[in-house]
Ligand binder design. Structure first.
Ligand code: ATP
Length: 198
């Protein structure tokens, strides 16, 4: 029977690192970010709704939704973010649900749904287990400064705009602490994988 894991966590906490490790072990990954991309391709229902709501200024010259421009509009504007989520989340949910059903039919062992907003969007009902990556604020600040050139203020603003690690942990079946080095987190993921196979 297919096991579906919902993987979530705060910005820079290690979701992609963990999902990459799970992919190497044999899991199939559904990346909610990519699904979002897919969902508002030109001329889809979501694309029309997003353009009607935010105007053509959020489009690139070729008519794609410019995620950076859209991000700038909704960041620091909770009402705009809510409207965007109301358009996108139900459509993304339908797409992910049907992908999961396909994988179940194909008899895939482990499917990982990686989604930063798994809990906020109420997508936990799509999965069998919720895994949460957690790293301290200091760790995230240091990593994102080094790897993405984000300064402390930018990272903190993003952390503050999300639900807290404590809130996520409350909903979690598994909490993966990622304050250690890469070897440590990979070892933990391998242990969790072994438990899934047992
Ligand atoms: P986002 O929410 O921004 O997509 P994320 O939760 O997917 O982030 P990652 O991209 O996995 O987080 O990790 C953030 C950065 O920290 C990456 O550059 C990654 O390579 C690095 N990183 C993750 N875990 C570790 C670790 N244990 N040791 C060192 N660097 C790490």
């Amino acid at each position: 029977m297919t096991k579906v894991i919902g993987l979530t966590g705060g910005i820079g906490s290690g979701k992609s690192t963990v999902s990459q490790c799970l992919a190497e072990l044999g899991a199939v990954i559904i990346d909610a970010d990519k699904v979002g991309h897919e969902a508002f391709k030109p001329d889809t229902e979501a694309w029309h709704e997003v353009v009607a709501t935010f105007g053509r200024q959020i489009l690139t010259p070729t008519g794609e939704v410019d995620r950076k421009k859209l991000g700038e509009i909704v960041f620091n504007n909770p009402e705009a973010l809510l409207r965007l989520n109301q358009i996108m989340h139900p459509k993304m949910r339908d797409m992910m649900k049907s992908q999961i059903e396909d994988y179940r039919r194909q008899g895939v062992d482990v499917v990982v749904l990686e989604a930063a907003v798994l809990i906020e969007a109420n997508w936990t009902s799509l999965v069998d287990e919720v895994w949460v990556t957690v790293a301290s604020e200091a760790t995230v600040l240091e990593r994102l400064k080094k790897q993405r050139g984000l300064d402390e203020g930018q990272t903190l603003a993003r952390i503050r705009s999300q639900i807290s690690s404590e809130e996520r942990a409350k909903q979690a079946d598994v909490v993966i602490n990622n304050d250690g080095d890469l070897d440590e987190v990979k070892t933990k993921v391998r242990e969790l994988w072994a438990r899934l196979q047992a």
